[in-house]
Ligand binder design. Structure first.
Ligand code: IPM
Ligand code: MG
Length: 368
């Protein structure tokens, strides 16, 4: 059976890092796997070519694919594109139309990089937390929204934070189930002290926990306190489950703890259809398009490569292969390979291409 992948490299450094993932895919195909690749433009490059950040044809391919591998979108070039045609709109549409409600953002501190963190090494060494961010609801999609002009000529903007019990239960369930495979702890972050959606979130997470997940340790934490605790003592956390907006902010913060945002992958998953077993999924490095270094050959491809490892693990249940990729990445870091973003004194600075080659060489060695 072949696995159909849609590559959406996007803007900025997206195409460079996805190109390294393609080499990895070719390596696995050389080992007898059957990944089939299609490609589409997305984001600003799609806007330039087609006048829209994601075409209907690309959406259809994304809906049909077994998994989508996404690079990054956005950049100053498109700062004045119409709001509904901005590069980011493509990502939001993909999330919504594919039903990718569960966003998994691991923040893992590689031992070799613990000195690159802005925090003291002892605070981050061995750090392994997972942020489970709700991705298709909340203020990102809530209605009503928009800017209106009032009779006196001033303007008024509205965004709506909204959650239903169903949306809360399904994301909390993902968090509890993942926690069971880790250190069995979930912290649920919201602002029930000021938001009714936070109150509902807390009550519904509590109910689900009592009904189905009593074996998992659950704590509730206010999102602002969570932000503070993440820099004070991040290792107290295992899984953090939170809404779309708090998850956006907390996951950037957690990423920074690890020393390099250039290292971190993510997975966005939909429901598994009971009948077919199919689960829509999109994998993306969390670093974004980094227009300042695009095209210079210095981007760190490891987050994209680790996103492909997540794809192997979650979309294709290829645990062994996923472990293999993660091990190869760990080894080349131990061997001193560094792209510019994670460069340290005494280490060997390499470009994106050489880093990609090092991963392949490490895979060859491990599997020899
Ligand atoms: C992210 C990004 C996106 C978000 C942007 C690009 C729309 O910041 O994936 O975290 O806000 O969700
Ligand atoms: Mg973000």
């Amino acid at each position: 059976m072949s696995h159909r992948l849609l590559l959406l490299p996007g803007d900025g450094i997206g195409p460079e890092v996805i190109a390294k993932v393609e080499r990895l895919i070719a390596w696995f195909n050389g080992k007898g796997m059957r990944f089939e690749i299609e490609r589409e433009l997305v984001g600003g490059t799609a806007y330039d070519a087609h006048g829209t950040p994601v075409t209907e044809a690309a959406m259809k391919k994304a809906l049909d694919a077994d998994a989508v591998l996404f690079g990054a979108v956005g950049g100053p070039k498109w700062a004045s594109a119409p709001y509904d045609k901005r590069p980011e709109a493509a990502l939001l549409r993909l999330r919504k139309d594919l039903g990718l409600f569960a966003n998994l953002r691991p923040a893992l501190c590689f031992d070799a990089l613990k000195d690159s963190s802005a925090l003291k090494p002892e605070i981050v060494s061995g750090l392994d937390i997972l942020i489970v961010r709700e991705l298709t609801g909340g203020v990102y999609f809530g209605e009503p929204r928009g800017i209106t002009t009032l009779p006196d000529g001033t303007r008024r903007a509205v965004d709506t934070q909204v959650y239903t019990t169903g949306e809360i239960h399904r994301i909390a369930r993902v968090a509890f189930e993942l926690a069971r495979k880790r250190r069995n702890k979930v912290a649920s972050a919201e602002k029930h002290n000021v938001m009714t959606s936070g109150l509902l979130w807390k009550e519904e997470v509590t109910k689900l926990h009592a009904a189905e997940f009593k074996d998992v340790e659950l704590t509730h934490i206010l999102a602002d306190n969570c932000a503070m605790q993440l820099v004070r003592n991040p290792k107290q956390f295992d899984v953090i489950v939170t809404d779309n907006l708090f998850g956006d902010v907390l996951s950037d913060e957690a990423a920074m703890l690890t020393g390099s945002i250039g290292m971190l992958p993510s997975a966005s998953l939909g429901n598994r259809e009971a009948k077919t077993g199919k689960q829509r999924a999109l994998y993306e490095p969390i670093h974004g398009s980094a227009p300042d270094i695009a095209g210079k050959g210095v981007a760190n491809p490891l987050a994209a490569i680790l996103s492909f490892a997540m794809c192997l693990r979650y979309s294709f249940a290829m645990t062994r292969e996923a472990d293999l990729v993660e091990r190869a990445v760990g080894q080349i870091l131990d061997n001193g390979y560094r792209t510019r973003d994670i460069m340290q004194a005494g280490k060997r600075e390499v470009g994106s291409h050489e880093m990609g080659s090092a991963v392949i060489a490490a895979l060859d060695k491990i599997t020899a």
